[in-house]
Design a protein around this ligand. Structure first.
Ligand code: NAD
Length: 256
């Protein structure tokens, strides 16, 4: 066995012991939780931010761009942010199983892909919303993902709005995802902050901790055991009691 493998094994054993001693934890995750489901993250080498594009992705998925260029926004959103074929990874599944066993108290996620719920997790706080909820910005009527992706059963815009999903009332149908320049849902944020500040053990995984205010929420953690599992270094690494620099799947497949 090489040194890296034996270090990883040792750390996974430490994590198992910590979970057993504490009895429960809260999980805080990001796009890295879903890369093993085939959904690219933003900041890895092969993530969306490192691909060639004339307009930077963070600009396209901003509120201003959505308002000014709805057609281009939806072209990008539908092709780069929605993965209808994706299935939960071993990490999603392990977290759902650990919730059933009363060990994972909640999953706080920055992801919008709904994979935690698909895996069976019930207590999921979606800080950045979900691709599965969409609503008309004029009358508030709710729509499913299919309306956005296929345009089935809904109107389509014309001219500058071509390919843009439009409600019966004429308003644009917007995904219920938090774009840059938009605020997080207050009740989801408050519930997440309460969970983070009350839990004695927090496992953070698959997030570069670059997106605020989500990343700043970790400052509310007052417990004793902070575990960080990420492929690349983050600004919070030095705060972790246990730091595992590796793939989530390798770790969570051993916690099932
Ligand atoms: P990020 O792209 O900034 O960072 C992802 C981190 O995960 C990276 O540091 C990377 O090294 C790590 N990582 C990737 N695969 C991993 C694996 N298998 N195991 C362990 N670590 C792994 O993502 P972020 O911090 O979540 O912030 C990006 C924003 O983009 C979020 O707001 C999120 O809403 C959104 N986003 C969501 C999805 C999704 O819903 N699946 C996908 C891309 C981006």
């Amino acid at each position: 066995m090489d040194k890296d493998t034996s270090d990883l094994n040792e750390k996974i054993q430490i994590l198992k012991n910590m979970i057993q001693e504490n009895g429960s934890f809260v999980f805080f995750g990001g796009a890295g939780v879903s890369t093993e489901s085939g959904i690219p993250d933003f900041r890895s080498a092969d993530g969306l931010y490192n691909r060639e594009s004339t307009v930077p992705p963070e600009k396209i998925i901003s509120h201003t761009y959505f308002k000014m260029h709805p057609k281009e926004f939806f072209d990008f959103y539908k092709s780069k942010m929605v993965y209808t074929e994706a299935k939960p990874s071993v990490t999603h599944e392990a977290l759902a199983k650990l919730e059933q066993e009363g060990i994972c108290k909640a999953v706080i996620t920055q992801n919008i892909d709904g994979l935690h719920q698909m895996a069976g997790s019930k207590n999921v706080l979606e800080l950045h919303g979900s691709i599965y909820r969409n609503y008309c910005i004029k009358c508030g009527r709710p729509y499913g993902l299919e309306a956005i992706m296929t345009g089935k059963g809904i109107k389509q815009g014309k001219g500058r709005f071509e390919g843009v999903p439009v409600c019966e009332c004429g308003g644009i149908i917007k995904p219920d995802v938090v774009l840059y320049e938009e605020s997080l849902d207050e009740s989801v944020m408050n519930e997440s902050l309460a969970l983070i500040s009350d839990t004695p053990m927090l496992i953070v995984g698959g997030t570069s901790l670059n997106v605020y205010p989500a990343a700043g929420m970790l400052r509310y953690f007052k417990g004793e055991h902070l575990v960080l599992i990420n492929k690349e270094p983050t600004a919070f690494d030095e705060n972790a009691e246990l730091l595992i620099q590796g793939a989530l799947g390798q770790v969570f497949s051993r916690l099932m």
